[in-house]
Write a protein that binds this ligand. Sequence first.
Ligand SMILES: C[C@@]1(CC(=O)O)c2cc3[nH]c(cc4nc(cc5[nH]c(cc(n2)[C@H]1CCC(=O)O)[C@@](C)(CC(=O)O)[C@@H]5CCC(=O)O)C(CC(=O)O)=C4CCC(=O)O)c(CCC(=O)O)c3CC(=O)O
Ligand SMILES: NC(=O)C1=CN([C@@H]2O[C@H](COP(=O)(O)OP(=O)(O)OC[C@H]3O[C@@H](n4cnc5c(N)ncnc54)[C@H](O)[C@@H]3O)[C@@H](O)[C@H]2O)C=CC1
Length: 218
Amino acid sequence: MIPLLHDFTGTTVLVFGGGPVGARKARRFAREAEVLVISPAFADRDFGTAELVRAAPTPDEIGGWLERTDPALVVAATDDEAVNDAVATAARDRGILRNRADQAGERDPGSVVVPATVRDDPVVVSVATGGTAPALSKHLRRDLEETLAGAGPMATVCGRLRTELKSRDVDPGRRREIVTDVVNSPDIWTALRTGTSNSCQVIEDVLDAELSAGGDRQ
Ligand SMILES: C[C@@]1(CC(=O)O)c2cc3[nH]c(cc4nc(cc5[nH]c(cc(n2)[C@H]1CCC(=O)O)[C@@](C)(CC(=O)O)[C@@H]5CCC(=O)O)C(CC(=O)O)=C4CCC(=O)O)c(CCC(=O)O)c3CC(=O)O
Ligand SMILES: NC(=O)C1=CN([C@@H]2O[C@H](COP(=O)(O)OP(=O)(O)OC[C@H]3O[C@@H](n4cnc5c(N)ncnc54)[C@H](O)[C@@H]3O)[C@@H](O)[C@H]2O)C=CC1
């Protein structure tokens, strides 16, 4: 399987199963998509902004739900294997992405897996174990949360610097050098992590240093 980032904005994600696993998947996709959770009962969990629909479809009713809701992705997270099978088959027949929460290993072409994910926007890192050890994915995700502290603001700094340097016609070689030095600077990482400097201050400092160095060179 090959990891990709998929934009779900403006799409519907349909989740079958309102247990803890359905809730976790619903929360995940609700940050971007309209999520509908279909289930006869709902665990006392956070489903994010998902819409909860009380129903217990039989396997031969699953296709109808897909036709009516036209989802970009369907999640099979019920405790009924026949229903999960029907969800996977109905989605495959219609060319819709599908995620089975109750299976690992061998799966249909076109199926997707949900990795453990750390976000410090705009940075995102995901971990998967080929379905072998989801608990390990979770463990590594927690470790990565610490390693990645400050990565979001660092990405913001680099992005704004690139724009600023381009608009000032700094040559591409020098631009790359400046951005690489910023990414490798332990002082800037510490400043962003501890909050002693924010992104704007770091950008201002780097640009000031570059402009005065440019002045010296002339
Ligand atoms: C294949 C996959 C399909 C998919 O769901 O996409 C899948 C399948 C299964 N998971 C099972 C069990 C557990 N899953 C978790 C947790 C997570 N599982 C997630 C993903 C995936 N799980 C995909 C593969 C990812 C990979 O390759 O690593 C995470 C990363 C993402 C998310 O779900 O959001 C999320 C952590 C999120 C986080 O915290 O960051 C825990 C730990 C816990 O709950 O605390 C346990 C119990 C401990 C254990 O068993 O390891 C079982 C057995 C069920 C049973 O025994 O009945 C199956 C089915 C089977 O193996 O047959
Ligand atoms: N991928 C993952 O991360 C994990 C996957 N699992 C697997 O996922 C499945 C779900 O896990 P949990 O949420 O803990 O189980 P659960 O048993 O707590 O919840 C299952 C939900 O499915 C609903 N349901 C039953 N029949 C249905 C139907 N016809 N249509 C729609 N919903 C229906 C139930 O009302 C219940 O809300 C488990 O059977 C297990 O195989 C379990 C742990 C982690």
